[in-house]
Write a protein that binds this ligand. Structure first.
Ligand code: NIG
Ligand code: FE
Length: 415
């Protein structure tokens, strides 16, 4: 398949970008991409590629910008039911953490998710997967975390693997049993941490080897926050996970800074996410670290809070900044990466080019997929978006809608 005559064929570089290079997009006017099977085979000017590949099936992209599919490196895609009533409580002045400590919040979604059958959970999750795919997310990380006991956590992992198998959205699973202290463990959180370390993580490793051995191990994530898991509990879970070979992620500094980002950097986590309350000194640590800093602007937006991740400072410190949606039923039921980009440009002062880099190649690095995803280069997976517009800046300039016209996922066209 030869995609040709694109008004703009734009891509960040093939490797993750930091610092002042982060806003450098390569833009080929009247550009073309040759796809062979699932892979990008050539990129260049239309005149050249049309001449070299005269017999290829053609896709005319004239009048349209073409860019890499979005990678969303932080979602909670799989859950049952909703929390619309809590949203109203928050509008009336209750805080997210107050609702959570009173037994609502994550625990209320846990109750619904535990009692949903696998088929029901697949049906509810598949609708969201289809929605975000149509909005341009071609690969998403997705977390468990609404089971908080082994069989329900495993049920969510199975749902994610099944939906990944069905496609077209590609899903990178994460195990987040450490999302909240389950009711029943309220006065002995360490016993739950012990259960994660001594039972769930070894069981997960065994299960993976028996059922998903061809895939890399999932990430292990912890909600490191006052009211969820302490720094010491996070360290314990991370140490156990690392010994078993799991790559790490963390929810850190979302409401209060208890040191989660620093710990993630220290332990070589793949990413640290949220980072709203991260200190300037910790921001500097990202500059010399391979740990990606993942900003989730929909979360403060969804909670109606005014403080966002210091994304400009992370870029200035040479950190690896990525953007994600945090799609979840509590703080941000929105998986629209176009809106994430538009909001990042306003609330965190990124340029459209920086935001696109953060939502593609840098987002791919935040899930260890930068070799295959996140840019338009020969050898990479053919995951591309054709926009309704001819200038990529409209992705940031307009907001709230869908500017994606057509999607190529692993070389296949979805219209
Ligand atoms: O990333 N902070 C923890 N987890 C989610 C919210 C999950 C929920 O409220 O259901 C987040 O914001
Ligand atoms: Fe989250």
């Amino acid at each position: 398949m030869l995609i040709h005559s694109a008004a703009q064929l734009l891509t960040p570089s093939a490797q993750p970008q930091r610092g002042s290079r982060m806003g450098e997009l390569s833009i080929i006017p009247n550009g073309a991409v040759l796809i062979e099977g699932e892979t990008i085979a050539a990129v260049g000017e239309s005149a050249d590629l049309l001449r070299r590949y005269p017999n290829e099936e053609r896709y005319d992209a004239s009048g349209h910008a073409v860019l890499p599919g979005f990678v969303d490196p932080h979602t909670h895609l799989v859950w049952a039911s909703d929390r619309a009533a809590e949203f109203e409580m928050r509008l009336e002045g209750k805080t997210y953490m107050e609702i959570m400590t009173a037994g609502g919040g994550i625990q209320s979604t846990v109750n619904a998710t535990r009692s949903a059958s696998t088929a029901e959970l697949i049906a509810q999750t598949a609708r969201r997967a289809q929605d975000i795919f149509a909005l341009g997310t071609t690969t998403a990380e997705a977390k468990s975390g609404y089971g908080l006991e082994w069989t329900s956590e495993l049920k969510q992992m199975e749902v994610l693997l099944e939906l990944d198998r069905q496609g077209p959205l590609e899903i990178q699973p994460t195990f987040l049993a450490a999302h909240a202290i389950p009711s029943g463990f309220g006065d002995r959180p360490d016993a739950y941490v012990q259960q994660i370390c001594a039972q769930m993580l070894p069981e997960l490793k065994n299960w993976w080897e028996r059922h998903a051995s061809k895939r890399p191990l999932p990430f292990v994530d912890v909600f490191c926050e006052k009211g969820a898991f302490s720094l010491e509990q996070t360290r314990l879970i991370f140490t156990t996970a690392q010994e078993l070979g799991f790559p790490l992620k963390v929810h850190a500094d979302e409401f209060e800074n208890i040191g989660g980002a620093r710990l993630a950097i220290e332990m070589g986590a793949v990413s640290a996410d949220h980072l709203v309350k991260t200190s300037p000194e910790e921001v500097r640590l990202f500059g010399s670290s391979s740990t990606a800093a993942v900003a989730l602007p929909l979360t403060p937006f969804g909670l109606n809070e005014l403080e966002y991740t210091p994304a400009k400072a992370i870029i200035a410190a040479n950190g690896l900044l990525a953007l994600a949606s945090d799609l979840n039923p509590g703080t941000a039921w929105c998986g629209n990466m176009q809106f994430v980009i538009a909001l990042a440009c306003r609330a965190m002062h990124l340029t459209p080019a920086q935001a696109i880099t953060a939502a593609t190649i840098n987002a791919a690095a935040a899930i260890q997929r930068e070799e295959q995803l996140g840019s338009i280069h020969p050898g990479k997976q053919a995951d591309l978006l054709v926009l309704r517009v001819d200038d990529y800046r409209h992705l940031a300039y307009r907001f709230g809608g869908n500017l994606v016209k057509d999607i190529f996922k692993k070389g296949r066209l979805y219209q």
